[in-house]
Structures are given as C-alpha cells and as structure tokens.
Design a protein around this ligand. Structure first.
Ligand code: HEC
Ligand code: HEC
Ligand code: HEC
Ligand code: HEC
Length: 433
C-alpha cells in the first residue's frame, strides 16, 4: 500500500516538476532576452523607438504594426480616423463654440499621435505645449528641463523644435531592465492623493497603470496649465458624478470649472477627455484582476517565440489571442456579445444626445423670451451642464460602453433624466409646459 502511495506521490511530484519546467521554458521563450548583445546598452535618456528596436526587433516590429497594419474599422472603433461629427451630427450642436464642434476624429494608433495633433484645428491646441503631454516620448525630458513652466510654452515652437517621437518605448519602460514605469507626474500625484504609492504597484497593476498615464480624464489648472487629474481621495472619486463635484470645488472662479460657455444656451459646459481608466475601474473585468494589457497587448507568436503584442488596437482584431485566454466560446460568438453591449450603449447614448440638443434649443428659446423666469433658466442650465457631462463621459470613453457595461447604462440613464429636467425647467421659465 505504502509503496503504491509513494509511487503515486512520486508521479505527482514528477508531473509537477515537468509542468514547472514547461512553464519555465515557456516563460523563457516568451520574454525575449535582449538581442544583439554586442550593442551598447540603451541610454538612460534614449527616446527613439528605432534604437530600442535594435535591441528588441520583434517588439519594435509589433509596435510599428500600429502604423503599418491595414486599416480596419469595427462597428464602433478601429484604426480608421473617421470624423465623429459626421457619424454623430448632434455633436456639432453640443460642442458648438468649442474646437471639438469644428473637428473631432476617431483615434488611432500610438505612432500617429504627434502627426494627428499637428494636423488638427488650431482652436484645439490654444492651451499650448500642454496638449503634447500625452502624445510624445520627449515630454519627460522637457518636464525635467522646464518644470511646470513647460505646460504653457508655445505649442508650435515646442512641437517643431523639441518633439522627435510619438508615444514610444521610454514612456512605459525603464531601459535598464525593461520594467514598466510611470513617466507622467499627474498620475503619480493623483494616486498619491488616494494614498497609493505607484512605485509599490504590482506587475499586474502596472499593466493597467502605464495606460492610466494618458487614457484618463484630466484638466489644466487655470494658472499654469498643469495637467491634473480631477480625482477625489478614493477610487469612488473617479466616477463622473464625483468628478463633476470636484469641478465645482471652491478653487475656481465663480465656484466651478468651465471649459466653455455654450453660445446658444449660455450653459457653462465641461468637456470630457477620454476617461478609459476611470470607466474601467470596478468593471467585471477589472474586479476579476484583468488588466488593459491583457486584452490590448496579448501574447502573440512571432516565429518560435511568444511576445507581448505592441500593436495597441481594437481587441476585436485579435479575439483569439486577447479573449480566448479566458473565454472558450468561438470568436464569432464573442464578437456578437461585444456588439450586443455596444449596440445597447449606443442606442441610449443617442437618446441622451438628442435630449441634450432639445435642452439647448429650449433654453435658447427661454433666453430670447421677454419676461422669462431667470431662476428657472439657471436651473435648466445647471441640469443641462450635468446631463451633457454624463453623456460626454460615455461618448468620450473609447469602448462604446464595453469596458464597464452596467455602469455605462447607469450614467446614460441619469443623463437622460437630467436632460428632461432641463427641458422642463426651460419650458416652465416661459410659462409653458
Ligand atoms: C476585457 C478586455 C478589455 C480590457 C481589460 C480593456 N479593454 Fe479596451 N477595449 C476592449 C474592447 C472589446 C474594445 C472595443 C473595440 C471596438 O469597438 O472595436 C475596446 C476599446 C478600447 C479603445 C478604443 C479602440 C478602438 O479601436 O477605437 C481604447 C483606447 C481602449 N479600449 C483602451 C483601454 C484601456 C486604457 C484599458 C484599461 C484601463 C482597456 N482598454 C481595458 C477590450 C478591453
Ligand atoms: C504603452 C506602454 C508601452 C509602450 C509604449 C511599450 N511597451 Fe513594451 N511592454 C508594455 C507592457 C504592458 C508589457 C508587458 C509587461 C509585463 O507583463 O510585465 C511590455 C513588455 C515588453 C517587453 C518584455 C517582453 C514581453 O514580450 O513581454 C519588451 C522587451 C518590450 N515591452 C519592449 C518594448 C519596445 C522595444 C517598445 C518600443 C518600440 C515598447 N516595449 C513600448 C508596455 C509598453
Ligand atoms: C503617453 C500617452 C499614452 C500612453 C502611455 C498610452 N496611450 Fe494609448 N493612446 C494615446 C493617444 C494620444 C492615442 C491616440 C493617437 C491618435 O489618434 O493619433 C492613443 C490611442 C490608443 C488606442 C487606439 C488605437 C486605435 O487603433 O484606434 C488604443 C487601443 C490604446 N491607445 C490603448 C492603450 C493601452 C492599452 C495603453 C497601456 C498599455 C496605452 N494606450 C497607453 C496615448 C497613450
Ligand atoms: C484574464 C481573463 C479575461 C480576459 C483576457 C477576458 N475576459 Fe472577459 N471576462 C472575464 C471574467 C472573469 C468575466 C466575469 C464573468 C465570468 O466569470 O465569465 C468576464 C466577463 C466577460 C463578459 C460578460 C459581460 C461583462 O462585462 O460583465 C464579456 C462580454 C466578456 N468578458 C468579453 C471579453 C472579451 C471580448 C475579451 C477579449 C477582448 C475578454 N472578455 C477577455 C475574464 C477575462
């Protein structure tokens, strides 16, 4: 008996050792060691991805795919920089009087970041060099040189004289050992305020936090235009309702932060940027420990090795690699589930946008109406501000609701309610229902 048992135990140990060995071999194969050992090490301040690419040619090639792979438009995303204003004509009304109302394009891959901001309407880069903060690997050296003065430097001067590369390796990696690192101070500071030291983050957390350097909601402080994240002191403080309250805090003139005043409704409106990280927080996937990189940077085979893909794009291009690690269903089914979530989000978002357009028109009518009740107009503007903010939060996050379906519908539902209240108050201001 004892002999049999020890054979079983022995076999189990042998099997575990074999599995461990395979896992080790797999990892050795996956983490591509530095190639070209005769090259000098990558310099501390090296920002050129091509130089990093001499050491890591497969990663460089995969990074270049974001500029060179065919353009594929998915139902709501993809790397085709189509005009959002043509796709969502209601945006022309809702962003009237602001740069985004003149030109607003769907985003595409990282290597295009500098080119794309170079080509957009000048109205959208009036703030200065600050607009380059999340576009280029040259920013950390400029911040080191100029400190907070960097943000208000002239956009064109900085772009022409100092910006050499778009988002690249040094934005996320330490050249010494390729560890992930945070290079944008705003994230470090916002997390510090929450009592979190980013240098203590786990590897899995870093696979999300490197993205949170840029894929977030932010604003520029009114004085020095310093990039700042409007988060409270806890994770809850990243929700759009809390961020809305933040923008009302006492620091600002007339008690609230305003991006621009809508020319038709005179509403002091806010523009949401791209709160991908905040919206992802508390989603099913985030709660289950899944990171941005799990879906957007899956392991892919290159010859006989596996590398982390650096072609950051729609995961619908790579369902096999991105989703099959955890989901067993076939690709067509998974895609349909994603589209099902996105369609629902899109339909409600459209209703919210239409009600906001109606609110703008009703407030405009009341403003032109002799003897209208000013208190009620103010109330209508406040509801409109709140409604458009929640709509914009969901319109600007990049996954058409996929990153956190349940919370998404909650925000859009509230937005629709606020829009109805705005319409009602504006009508009451003219004495009509
Ligand atoms: C569970 C998988 C998953 C995770 C985790 C995830 N995403 Fe996504 N992401 C998607 C899917 C699916 C889409 C929708 C793509 C489409 O519509 O073509 C998407 C869309 C996007 C897009 C727009 C892509 C396009 O083609 O327009 C961006 C940007 C993005 N995600 C960033 C992030 C960031 C940043 C994080 C982490 C905070 C994250 N994602 C986490 C699956 C994921
Ligand atoms: C947006 C952030 C980001 C950028 C930019 C970036 N990487 Fe990475 N890289 C990652 C992440 C995330 C991982 C996965 C790390 C992990 O799981 O620990 C990774 C992993 C790696 C690895 C480890 C091996 C592997 O396959 O997992 C190498 C080598 C690497 N990257 C090279 C590069 C090179 C070269 C560039 C520039 C051409 C680059 N990276 C640009 C985020 C980035
Ligand atoms: C330094 C800032 C920065 C960092 C760090 C960063 N991004 Fe981006 N990302 C951008 C910008 C800017 C764009 C839009 C570029 C354009 O449209 O020209 C973008 C675009 C994208 C897209 C859209 C691609 C497409 O085809 O539509 C995806 C997906 C994406 N990022 C995912 C990620 C993920 C995942 C991470 C973390 C691993 C990350 N990004 C880290 C700034 C950043
Ligand atoms: C690292 C594991 C992991 C990866 C990778 C992953 N998922 Fe998931 N996904 C989960 C878990 C865990 C759940 C929670 C439900 C469950 O246990 O099946 C989930 C739930 C879902 C749901 C249910 C709806 C929701 O959001 O609550 C959808 C849809 C989904 N995943 C789609 C995708 C798609 C599409 C991809 C690839 C782009 C993907 N997932 C990648 C682990 C993962």
């Amino acid at each position: 008996m004892v002999g049999k048992r020890s054979i079983i135990v022995g076999s189990i140990i042998a099997l575990l050792l074999a599995l461990g060995g395979m896992a080790y071999f797999y990892n050795q194969n996956r983490v591509v060691l530095r190639e070209g050992p005769n090259l000098p090490p990558i310099g501390e301040k090296e920002t050129d991805p091509a130089v990093w690419g001499e050491h890591y040619p497969r990663h460089y090639e995969s990074y270049r795919d974001a500029a060179e792979a065919p353009v594929i438009r998915t139902k709501y995303g993809g790397n085709d920089p189509f005009s959002k204003l043509e796709e969502f004509p209601e945006m022309t009304t809702l962003f009237k009087g602001y740069g985004f109302g003149e030109e607003y394009k769907e985003e595409r891959g990282h290597p295009y970041a500098v080119q794309d901001i170079g080509e957009i309407n000048p109205a959208r880069k009036k703030s200065g060099a600050v607009c380059l903060t999340c576009k280029s690997a040259n920013i950390p050296e400029l911040l080191e040189e100029y400190g907070d003065e960097f943000y208000s430097l002239d956009f064109y001067k900085v772009k022409d004289e100092r910006i050499k590369h778009a988002i690249a390796c040094s934005d996320c990696h330490d050249p010494k050992n390729m560890a992930l690192r945070i290079t944008r101070p705003a994230l470090r500071e916002a997390l510090f305020k929450m009592g979190k030291d980013v240098d203590q983050a786990s590897r899995q957390e870093m696979r999300t936090l490197v993205c949170a350097q840029c894929h977030v909601e932010y604003y520029f402080t009114p004085d020095k235009k310093v990039v700042t994240f409007p988060w409270g002191e806890s994770v809850e403080g990243m929700k759009p309702e809390e961020v809305y309250e933040y923008f009302r805090s006492d620091e600002y003139a007339e008690n609230q932060f305003v991006d621009w005043v809508h020319p038709d409704s005179q509403t002091p409106v806010l523009k949401a940027q791209h709160p991908d990280y905040e919206f992802f927080m508390n989603s099913t996937h985030q709660a289950a420990g899944v990171a941005c990189a799990d879906c957007h940077m899956p392991y892919v085979k290159q010859g006989n090795v596996k590398i982390t893909s650096h072609f950051l794009a729609s995961p619908l291009r790579t369902i096999e690699e991105s989703c099959h690690v955890c989901h067993r269903q076939d690709s067509e089914y998974i895609k349909e589930r994603v589209y099902h979530i996105q369609d629902n989000n899109y339909n409600l978002l459209k209703i919210s946008a239409d009600r906001n357009v109606e609110a703008v028109k009703e407030i405009q009518l009341s403003l032109a109406y002799t003897g209208a009740n000013e208190e009620l107009i103010k109330e209508a503007q406040e509801y409109h501000r709140q409604s458009q903010w929640l709509w914009d939060w969901m319109s600007a996050e990049n996954s058409m609701g996929f990153h956190n379906p349940a919370e998404g519908l909650n925000y859009i539902g509230k937005s629709i309610d606020f829009a109805h209240r705005a319409i009602q108050a504006a009508r009451q201001a003219r004495g009509s229902e």
